[in-house]
Design a protein around this ligand. Structure first.
Ligand SMILES: C[S@@+](CC[C@H](N)C(=O)[O-])C[C@H]1O[C@@H](n2cnc3c(N)ncnc32)[C@H](O)[C@@H]1O
Length: 297
């Protein structure tokens, strides 16, 4: 039980750190973030004024937030925000909390189009580049790309209407409203006449029996954002099958997938007739994304 007897900022942080030490690898940071949230300040303020005494009401709010964290709720859901590609994104229990490893997908697309651009403007200013983000969730991937390449024409879809509204809100907050964000069950609402230079997706890819689903932050995230049939491969296979109709000649398809799924994902793409199929590693040196090119006959 925490003690509120004329509690200073430093003491509250310490008590929170102790309360969270069994649960979190980043107990002190979590404690700081929750206290900053309770005080409607930032962490720098806490570090600048460690001796400042907090009010009883602030202490109660901090205690309530700590209780949620002690019960396992992810920090991002408690704070309602997570940074991705240096963009502050609103998050909600409607969708996945964006992961740092997903930034590799963003980097890969930027590399592809920078490399191929001969005008030396890095392709970022090309108005002809069209991209589609399938299963956009918070809008993380599409908004990161939009922030880098304001001229690109980007569509982002999700079948979960709540996620769509969240992504639209994020786009508005970040003034990236040129991204078209709408509800679609993968390609169902996309006109087959539309052709994209790249299609990118971090789809659900976890096998429903995977033990990780019962551990840590993942327990709080919606299964519809995480789990796919066929041992986790169903959505990847469906997207890969249908994407062939929506890619321009030489267009790219890029997936994030599980760290043990690269070989099977490559095989799915090869079997479907894709070319230049290759995987790339995440920050932990695991094969995490796979990319392929579609060549029209
Ligand atoms: C792993 S999350 C990825 C979210 C976000 N792109 C990211 O990287 O943080 C998968 C997303 O796919 C969406 N999704 C699942 N099935 C879908 C379907 N059939 N059509 C469209 N989106 C779907 C989920 O709602 C969820 O937002």
């Amino acid at each position: 039980m925490l003690s509120s007897q004329t509690c200073s900022i430093a003491s509250a942080i310490e008590q929170g750190t102790i309360a969270l030490s069994q649960l979190s690898d980043s107990a002190k940071l979590d404690s700081q973030l929750l206290l900053a949230f309770a005080l409607v300040k930032n962490v720098t303020y806490l570090l600048t004024w460690p001796e400042k005494v907090i009010t009883a009401t602030q202490f109660i709010v901090f205690q309530q937030l700590l209780t949620r964290r002690v019960n396992g709720e992810p920090i991002a859901y408690i704070l309602g925000e997570k940074e991705f590609w240096s963009l502050p994104l609103k998050v909600s229990s409607a969708t996945l909390i964006p992961r740092p490893d997903t930034e590799i997908l963003v980097e890969q697309v930027l590399t592809l189009f920078t490399y191929h651009d001969k005008s030396n403007t890095g392709g970022k200013n090309s108005q002809n580049i069209r991209g589609l983000d399938l299963g956009t969730g918070t809008g993380a991937i599409a908004l990161a790309l939009a922030s880098e390449c304001p001229c690109w024409q980007l569509d982002a879809v999700d079948f979960n209407q709540e996620a769509v509204e969240l992504a639209q809100q994020n786009a508005k907050n970040l003034k990236l409203t040129h991204v078209k964000i709408y509800q679609s069950d993968w390609f169902s609402q996309i006109d087959a006449i539309e052709k994209f230079d790249f299609i990118i997706s971090n789809p659900p890819y976890i096998d429903g029996t995977d033990q990780h689903l019962t551990q840590g932050d993942v327990r709080f995230e919606p299964k519809s954002a995480l789990v796919a049939d066929e041992k986790g491969f169903k959505d990847i296979r469906l997207i890969a099958e249908q994407a062939r109709k929506y890619l321009k000649n030489n267009g790219y398809l890029l997936f994030e997938h599980g760290f043990e799924q690269a070989e099977k994902v490559r095989q799915i793409l090869i079997d479907l007739g894709y070319d230049q199929v290759q995987s790339f590693k995440d920050y932990a040196n695991n094969d995490r994304i796979t990319q392929a090119t579609w060549l029209m006959n």
